[in-house]
Design a binder for this molecule. Sequence first.
Ligand code: AMP
Ligand code: MG
Length: 402
Amino acid sequence: MVPIEEAQTYVLERCSRRAAISTPVSEALGLVTATEVIAAESIPPFANTAMDGFAVRSSDSAGAPVELHIVETIAAGHNPKLTVGAGQASRIMTGAPIPEGADAVIMVEKTSVKDDVVTVQAAVEKGNHIRPAGDDVEIGELVFSAGTVLTAGHLGVLCSLGMNEIDVYPRLRVGVISTGDELVDDGGVLAPGQIRDSNRRTLISLLTGDGFIAIDLGLVPDDEAAIESALVNGTDHCDAIITSGGVSMGDFDYVKAVLDRVGDMRWMQVAIKPAKPLAFGTIGHTPIFGLPGNPVSSMVSYELFGRPGLRAMMGFAQPLRTPIKGVAAEPLLRRPDGKTHYARVSASYEDGTVLVRSVTGQGSHMLTSMARSNALAVLQNGDGCDTGDVVDVLLLDSVNIA
Ligand code: AMP
Ligand code: MG
């Protein structure tokens, strides 16, 4: 058996980063920047007020309360026309440019107005409530380094800088194929021996959730020619392909046979449970992940190999999920068998600790356990762990924190 780390390294080494492209900022959420972002503009672009109030000369407010003559009203989006002279003030709204002459803003709550005279009730310091030009970002500043994963906040900054396009590693198009003569997906009555295809839906959903573009390449029977043509056609318009089924030791497990023939494939028995068999290869430059067919195995195999490989192709510096430390709220038992076990658990955040509890039905065909769990507890070879033991946890979904 191949240790998990070796299998992951093998996959990651063959999942090279795709060439960078320029993409609209509107489509860049979750993508990784390929170049540095240098500010061509400053944020804010001009000095403006942080408060609704009055722009004044701070020296005028020294003897507060003082009365100042209101010379104009400045709304956000409008340029001041007049200079604020001694004994004068301009009424000003949040975000509006500071007029010439003024060096402070007094908030409206600290004033009273009668006709065109404002009474300033408190002295203000120079610069009070003024947001200078470049307060957040200066022209020429390095805003984001290459390798930044773009979140909502990053995209907002790019918009503030007037950038419509950004150099990123492109969102991957990943084809998904289910293989197996027993599979149907038409919702009809099952003939003897048939089962319904669930893997395509789970894998497509995992891909979508991880920010990839999933492409449904359909159901393919256990037939070498059909599998070959589905894979080869898929490589025409996908950056990577995920198959499920047909990689075990059975007589009709043709995926690995086809991959062996038309691609450069390594078939591994990985020292893990579930998801022991893995056929990983490339057809040309397109990585093919041949995942096992058992519904839980295919999901766990996606988590351990598919997701990291695809993230590496999309430029993520950290393709593997980082395990967090959880505490077993009950014994998580297993038997020594030379494998690392990935137990489906429910993780919950209680009093500052992530507690994990086993979910029932750990068989690799028992998909409801995947639906009930939000994490995998990593149980090294041995007898498992006791209540209170610290255990590595791969959080697949958020814990009970909205
Ligand atoms: P295989 O890896 O092809 O030997 O399949 C292992 C087990 O997973 C068998 O019981 C299959 O019927 C089942 N299986 C394979 N593919 C799927 C699928 N797409 N959806 C649900 N079960 C599947
Ligand atoms: Mg099969």
